[in-house]
Design a protein around this ligand. Structure first.
Ligand SMILES: Cc1cc2nc3c(=O)[nH]c(=O)nc-3n(C[C@H](O)[C@H](O)[C@H](O)COP(=O)(O)OP(=O)(O)OC[C@H]3O[C@@H](n4cnc5c(N)ncnc54)[C@H](O)[C@@H]3O)c2cc1C
Length: 402
C-alpha cells in the first residue's frame, strides 16, 4: 500500500505540525481526501503567542493561515473529536464516537500536554496550566483580576507568563526545584543572565525549592508552601513544569517509541504507512523531542513530501526563541557538558557561544541579536572553527565571519 500514490490521508491532531503538513500536502499536489481529527474546535493556530502577545495585547486566535487558505485546503474535519485507536491491521483510525476512518497514509501530529506533577492540583480552582487557546483566554481573564500570582516551574513558559504578568503590574513569584532557571536547555551563564533580567523586573525567584505544596484557602486563593516556608496566598498559580508527549496512541498501536515516536529523517515511523511530525516526533538525529515552533513547522513540511513519496530529508539544528521583558532570546543548538562559554556583551544585548574543545560551535544563545543566530546557523552547518577572543570582542563586527 505504501508504494501506491495515496488517495486518502488522515492526520491526527490539529496543531501547528498538522497545519503545515496539510498545507504542504496540498501544495505538493495531493488532491485526495484529507481528513483531520482534532480535539480542539479551532482552526490551526500557533502556540508561542499564548504566553506572550495574546496575554499582553491581541485577543484574537493566532491563526496559522487565513480562513480562505484553510477553506482552500478542502479538509474533511472531524472536530472536536479524539482519535482513540489506530488499527494498523485494517489501516483505520477509530474515533471517540466509534467512527472508523480508512487511511492510505497516516500522520501522527498529536503534540504534547502540560505535566501536572501532583494530580490533586487539578482540583484546586485557581491552579492552571497553559497549552491551548482556551487556557490562554482563561489566563488573560484571571490575570486581569489578580494582584499576585505564583508560578511553579522556572522554564520558558513559566518565565514568559511571569514577564507578561509583570506588564500588568501583577506581583509574581516563581518557584523552581533546580538551583537555576531553564536548566535543561541552557548553560549556567545564560541561566544567570535570565535570572538577572527577571530580578530587574521585580519577579520574585525562589530557586532550589525541593518540596512544593499547594492548597486552596477559604477565599479560593492558592497557598504555596515551599520547603516548609508558607507564602502569602496567590490569586492564581500557573504550573509550567514541562510536558508529557502525547504518545499513547502510537505506543498502543505498537509503533516504536522512545522519548517520542521514533522516526527517520523523512518522518517515517516503524510502519511505512504511518508518519509523525512536531512535538510527538522524536528528532531523527538528536534523539529527543524538541518542542519547538520551528521544528513543528519545518519538519512537518518535509514529512508531507515523504507522505507523497517525494524525496525528503530533515536536517535542521535545534532552534527556538522566547520573549521576556522585551528581550528576544534565541537558542540555537542543544547544550552538552563538554563545552566552554565565550560571552560577548554588546549595548543591545549579550551573546553566549558554547564551543567544543576544537572551538567549533555547539550551542549559541543570543539576547536581542537575531543576526548573530543567522550566522551561527552557518557556522554550525560548516563546523567552522572559531576564535573565542574575536567572538568576545564587541568592537569586532561578527558579520566579517560570514
Ligand atoms: C504557551 C506556549 C508557548 C510556546 N512558545 C514557544 C516559543 O516561544 N518558541 C518555540 O519555538 N516554541 C514555543 N512553544 C512550543 C510550540 O508551540 C510547540 O512545539 C508546537 O506547538 C508543537 O506543535 P505540534 O503540532 O506538534 O503540537 P500541538 O500544537 O500541541 O498540536 C497537537 C494537537 O493535537 C491534539 N491532539 C492530541 N491528541 C489527539 C487525539 N488523540 N485526537 C485528536 N487530537 C489530538 C492536541 O489537543 C493539539 O491540539 C510554545 C508552546 C506553548 C504551549
Amino acid at each position: 500500500m505504501a508504494n501506491q500514490a495515496p488517495s486518502c490521508i488522515v492526520v491526527i491532531g490539529g496543531g501547528q505540525a498538522a497545519g503545515y503538513a496539510c498545507k504542504a500536502l496540498r501544495t505538493e499536489g495531493f488532491d485526495g481526501r484529507l481528513t483531520v481529527v482534532a480535539d480542539e474546535p479551532h482552526d490551526f493556530y500557533e502556540r508561542p503567542p499564548l504566553s506572550k502577545g495574546v496575554i499582553t495585547d491581541s485577543a484574537t486566535l493566532p491563526r496559522l493561515f487565513s480562513e480562505d487558505v484553510v477553506e482552500a485546503l478542502d479538509i474533511d474535519w472531524r472536530r472536536p473529536h479524539r482519535a482513540v485507536e489506530i488499527d494498523r491491521q485494517a489501516s483505520e483510525v477509530v474515533l471517540d464516537n466509534g467512527e472508523r476512518l480508512a487511511y492510505d497514509r497516516l500522520l501522527m501530529a498529536t503534540g504534547s500536554r502540560p505535566r501536572m506533577p501532583v494530580p490533586e492540583w487539578n482540583a484546586i480552582e485557581n491552579v492552571m496550566t497553559l497549552r491551548s487557546w482556551d487556557d490562554a483566554c482563561r489566563l488573560k481573564e484571571r490575570l486581569g483580576e489578580s494582584k499576585r500570582i505564583g508560578i511553579i516551574g522556572g522554564g520558558w513558559i513559566g518565565l514568559e507568563v511571569a514577564s507578561s504578568a509583570r506588564k500588568f503590574g501583577v506581583e509574581v513569584d516563581v518557584f523552581e526545584r533546580a538551583p537555576r532557571l531553564c536548566g535543561r536547555s541552557v548553560g549556567i551563564e545564560v541561566a544567570h543572565a535570565i535570572q538577572a533580567l527577571h530580578e530587574q523586573h521585580g519577579v520574585g525567584l525562589h530557586l532550589d525549592r525541593q518540596s512544593i505544596e499547594l492548597a486552596q484557602d477559604a477565599d479560593n486563593r492558592v497557598c504555596v508552601t515551599a520547603d516548609d516556608k508558607a507564602y502569602a496566598p496567590y490569586d492564581l498559580v500557573v504550573v509550567g513544569v514541562g510536558v508529557d508527549i502525547n504518545l499513547e496512541l502510537a505506543r498502543d498501536a505498537g509503533l516504536t517509541t522512545e522519548q517520542g515516536i521514533v522516526i527517520d529523517a523523512a518522518g517515517y515511523t516503524s510502519d511505512p504507512q504511518v508518519f509523525a511530525a512536531g512535538d510527538v516526533a522524536q528528532h531523527p538525529h538528536l534523539g529527543l523531542c524538541l518542542q519547538s515552533w520551528a521544528y513543528a513547522q519545518n519538519q512537518a513540511q518535509v514529512v508531507a513530501n515523504a507522505m507523497l513519496d517525494k524525496s525528503a530529508h530533515y536536517d535542521e539544528p535545534a532552534w527556538l526563541w522566547s520573549d521576556q521583558h522585551n528581550v528576544n532570546i534565541q537558542i540555537l543548538g542543544i547544550p552538552t557538558t563538554e563545552t566552554h562559554c565565550v560571552i560577548r556583551q554588546e549595548d543591545s544585548g549579550s551573546v553566549f557561544f558554547y564551543l567544543d574543545n576544537q572551538n567549533r560551535l555547539v550551542q549559541m544563545v543570543a539576547f536581542n541579536h537575531p543576526r548573530a543566530i543567522k550566522l551561527g546557523k552557518r557556522w554550525l552547518a560548516a563546523e567552522r572553527v572559531l576564535d573565542g577572543v574575536v567572538l568576545a570582542d564587541p568592537e569586532f563586527n561578527l558579520m566579517q565571519l560570514r
